[in-house]
Design a protein around this ligand. Structure first.
Ligand SMILES: Cc1cc2nc3c(=O)[nH]c(=O)nc-3n(C[C@H](O)[C@H](O)[C@H](O)COP(=O)(O)OP(=O)(O)OC[C@H]3O[C@@H](n4cnc5c(N)ncnc54)[C@H](O)[C@@H]3O)c2cc1C
Length: 507
């Protein structure tokens, strides 16, 4: 066969119509727009989606751009609000809080990381917190919001943002997007899978006896993992010994009018609680470890911590871990079927996007090349491991000792990769450079410092800088951020204005 005769895969079948299914179909339809293809999404009308997953990270905004979905339209139609980061409450110890911001914190001084300069200054003056130099935190603390334009940079430009949204509205929105981009919707329950002689998937059989053939399949069936787990029998690497939370109770509550532009994560006796403010309501949940806490205890604790619930509390169970192979034969697992790392840093929907964007960069021809599949799997598992380490960090350095759950963390066996990162940091505050780590150095610094983990000494490279000039630069930068943030619109006013402008333009 010559180079010109490569046969393309044309018939793609996605099983599942949750966030993973519709994001997968949307990315695929965009990536394949200029070549012959057919994409079908098969969804059982009787099996509900997981219905949680309402906080994102900034790459979700990049996805909207990639799909050419205007931000204002998305915000107007999905109950979305802006998110500038996460406020972590009671994680280090009760009564303490810190921020994990989106975007940058400070600027390098004399070519050395801002963190190092801040640390030296802080050790002598105790004057500022590290994230006092984050534009996103300056805005978040004042409940303000602002999107800078690249043409008019300001000292807030280095803030980035993500979205909170109503998961059911997002599934509907993305479904409409997909249907208008030629994706076919098949409402049917898949109850069997037929295979080729080589073990790859040939077709799906529905409960009405219909057979749906395809060249390539995406398993977006959620925790059921119908294709990757049940049909292809790819195993699951269980990470519960590193990340033991395994249950959540979720409930919605009434909005109190004000809309903070951040997610709140509050550490509780047996886990932690999320609070995600949307336009019309608040999403709440308690993530806990069932070895230490009964479902009833979790339900009561959650209800005691929120005002005016508007839905019945719902229990969800999960197993932290990752599929041994995310791509096997002619099937890629996307979403909960591929793994789950618990919702602490809102990384699941990111991993859905990442899996699909990596897939379209590794687009197979009809002949599937094993090295392409192996490389895809290697990179995806690396990503999961980097995120896993970052999530464990939030727990393993906590000083809390007030329950068996928190005392367990004092003796928890950490992954070698995280031990290495912590040892490196604890010497001189240096961090590993991992190209594929979703979390930047600033994110690691924010959580390490927020949790009170300090290096033994700072980087001697900063001794080249004049302490007095650094101190003046910090004072100036802090004051300027507060002033700039105070001049921005309140988050709620920003949303109201954006949504009104969208409806005016489309009236
Ligand atoms: C407690 C909790 C909180 C979370 N919070 C966040 C968060 O804040 N941010 C974040 O990014 N992620 C979060 N996640 C993860 C997020 O919810 C999921 O990654 C995301 O919703 C994708 O889910 P999914 O589409 O894979 O599965 P699901 O939503 O479960 O969808 C599965 C789909 O498969 C279909 N299906 C199943 N079986 C069949 C069948 N036999 N035939 C046909 N169709 C079938 C169902 O009908 C459904 O449409 C959270 C998860 C949990 C458990």
């Amino acid at each position: 066969m010559t180079m010109n005769e490569v046969n393309s895969i044309t018939n793609y079948v996605v099983v599942g119509g949750g966030t993973a299914g519709w994001i997968s179909a949307a990315i695929l339809s965009k990536a394949l727009r200029n070549q012959p293809h057919k994409i079908s999404v098969v969804e059982s009308p009787d099996i509900p989606t997981i219905g949680v997953g309402e906080a994102t990270i900034p790459s979700f905004v990049d996805l909207l751009e990639y799909l050419q979905i205007p931000l204002a339209e998305f915000v107007a139609k999905t109950g979305a609000t802006f998110k500038l980061g996460i406020k972590f409450v009671d994680w280090k110890q009760k009564g303490h809080h810190y921020w994990h911001q989106f975007g940058e914190v400070g600027n390098k001084i004399d070519g050395v990381d801002f963190y190092q300069h801040w640390l030296k200054h802080h050790l002598t003056t105790q004057k500022y917190e590290f994230t006092d130099f984050s534009p996103a935190v300056a805005l978040a603390k004042q409940h303000k919001f602002f999107i800078s334009s690249p043409e008019h940079p300001t000292n807030l430009s280095k803030s980035t943002f993500a979205l909170h949204f109503d998961a059911s509205k997002v599934a509907k929105f993305l479904k409409q997007y997909c249907l208008s981009h030629g994706v076919e919707y098949v409402p049917a329950k898949v109850c069997d899978v037929t295979k080729h002689n080589d073990g790859s998937i040939y077709s799906l059989v529905t409960d009405e006896g219909k057979e749906l053939e395809g060249d390539f399949f995406f398993d977006c069936s959620g925790q059921r993992a119908l294709l990757i787990g049940k049909a292809l029998r790819v195993g699951y690497t269980n990470w519960q010994h590193h990340l033991p939370v395994n249950s959540a109770i979720a409930v919605q509550s009434e909005s109190r009018g004000e809309i903070p532009p951040y997610t709140e994560s509050v550490a509780l006796e047996h886990g932690w609680r999320w609070r995600i403010p949307l336009q019309e309501r608040i999403g709440n949940g308690y993530v806990y470890c069932s070895d230490f806490c009964s479902d009833e205890n979790a339900r009561q604790t959650l209800l005691a911590n929120i005002e005016r619930p508007t839905s019945e509390p719902r229990k969800i169970t999960f197993t932290t871990g990752v599929r041994q192979k995310i791509w096997d034969k002619n099937c890629v697992a996307v979403g909960l079927s591929s793994g789950f790392l618990e919702p602490l840093e809102s990384t699941s929907i990111y991993l859905v996007m990442r899996t699909m964007l990596k897939f379209v960069q590794s687009l197979p021809s009809a002949q599937l090349f094993q090295p392409t599949i192996d490389e895809f799997n290697r990179l995806m598992v690396n990503e999961y491991e980097y995120i896993r380490d970052f999530i464990i960090l939030h727990y393993c350095v906590s000083e809390r000792q007030d329950s068996d759950f928190w005392r367990m963390w004092q003796h928890m066996e950490l992954p070698d990769s995280l031990k290495y990162k912590l040892e490196l940091f604890k010497c001189q505050g240096r961090l590993m450079d991992n190209y594929y780590d979703l979390f930047s150095h600033e994110s690691w610094y924010a959580v390490l410092e927020g949790m009170g983990v300090r290096p033994r000494s700072y980087d001697p490279a900063i001794n080249n800088s004049d302490d007095m000039l650094v101190a003046q630069a910090l004072d100036k930068s802090f004051a300027a951020l507060q002033v700039s943030a105070s001049k921005c619109l309140d988050h709620k006013d920003y949303l109201d204005k954006l949504i009104a402008a969208f409806y005016r333009a489309t009236a």
